[in-house]
Design a protein. Structure first.
Length: 124
């Protein structure tokens, strides 16, 4: 939130407390969504799915996650708001990407090490 406020001030934008309140509420709701309730897209262009916390058996489709054109099938998003489902999917995508980069880096370090009896991937 601090970085957002700093950017708003530096860019000379006027703050809109109502919009900030909606985004803040969506971010808090996104934090309460379980990671297991999110199905990330397997290929670019496919939607992600998030299980509804309020309606059992209902999944919300998040299309174009991670882009400015992201949209969700929930009512809140259909009204033009940034919903918690979009935020959660983007956060999960970031975490998964970081983990895959970490695993790739660790694998490279282990495979490039000289022949030793014990592999130490993080030995610097």
């Amino acid at each position: 939130m601090f970085l957002h406020l700093h950017h708003v001030k530096a860019a000379g934008f006027k703050r809109n407390a109502a919009i900030e309140g909606l985004v803040h509420a969506s971010a808090l709701k996104a934090a309460s969504i379980q990671d297991a309730d999110v199905i990330l897209p397997r290929q670019p262009g496919e939607p992600a799915f998030v299980a509804s916390a309020t309606s059992k058996g209902v999944e919300h489709a998040v299309c174009n996650p991670g882009t400015p054109d992201a949209s969700c099938s929930c009512v809140h998003s259909q009204r033009g708001n940034l919903c918690s489902h979009i935020i959660k999917v983007v956060l999960r995508m970031i975490v998964v990407d970081q983990l895959s980069l970490l695993h790739a880096f660790t694998f490279q370090r282990v495979t490039r090490m000289p022949n030793t009896s014990v592999a130490k991937p993080f030995d610097m």
